[in-house]
Design a protein around this ligand. Sequence first.
Ligand code: ATP
Length: 369
Amino acid sequence: FAPWNDPNAKPYIQFDNVTKKFGDFTAVNNLSLTIFEREFFALLGASGCGKSTLLRMLAGFEEPTAGRILLDGQDLRGIPPYRRPVNMMFQSYALFPHMTVENNIAFGLKQDGMPKPEIASRVAEMLKLVKLEQFAKRKPHQLSGGQRQRVALARSVAKRPKVLLLDEPLGALDKKLREETQFELMDLQQNLGLTFVVVTHDQEEAMTMADRIAIIDKGEVMQVATPAEVYEAPTSRFVAHFVGNVNMFEGKVAEQTANTTRIAGSSGAQIVVDNAAKTAAGADIVFAIRPEKIKISSKKPADAVNALEGEVYDIAYLGDMTVFHVRLDDGQMVRASTMNAARITEDPLSWNDRAWVSFRPDAGVVLTR
Ligand code: ATP
């Protein structure tokens, strides 16, 4: 499933040069974005970046100041929320406290005038879908947070919208339940064959669930890509920092060959990295590399292209992996992590030991912005 790589795939949801202003404040700035049918799409960004505003415009609670939003080729401007094939699930769930679970789920169907027998069978289907059959007669206050979240979900998909919008859907759940529910949401989306657009500030959540992620900053799209691409090939310092941990080797272009660039840091340390794109000599440049791509050892590795010496600053054992901070002799702090499954036990390092960090020229990405 990768319609974004298919030049013939039809766009489903299109933000076309959309701007949204609140008074003088620009919440969304000339933003364009394409989402495909049946995609699980995440809008990821820090608080206030404009991601909820994007969702609210798609739902019809706000209209763009400029630009268009299309769904299946149709311009949505002027179409009221209840006439859009889109439903929104809010963080607060907004369940009716005095109604049972089944009546909460049936509410929208009754309003639409669906015949009673059909409502009953649809509600039963939804209860099964979210595994709440035994809880049909309970009221929301008699449920756990996770169960309430599932009722809200069942209610939002009961009307079979084509698109479900989820604004921080798991925000109220604790970490363990959040993780479980992320997988449940993915399964549900697969089973229903709907298009999901989820807003989150949690990069792990976006990475876990989404087919693709749009990283938003100050009302603009910084990058749209699959979780793996966003992590392995960020196109800017902002994205590299926002998703996962990263080391940045900053410097200036010292020398270029056909495919490599030598970067000179301000303290004199130099590294050589793959860079087929080439960057002008003397330009500011950064090599961004993830902690698990950095090797740490007590002796200088014999064949490493890039090896930098320093001192172990601290070590944290996290169960699945161990994280080292090494303060290089030029002062830069480097984060290196090793998976404990493959940990080399003959080379134990302790706090304050001298250590070498090394990495391959192709283990990270060159960024110029
Ligand atoms: P959060 O994760 O905190 O919800 P967000 O990325 O979803 O943040 P938005 O809710 O889209 O952010 O808001 C984007 C910006 O627009 C914020 O600075 C917010 O203060 C502003 N904003 C949103 N709605 C309005 C409004 N109705 N009037 C004025 N400013 C608004």
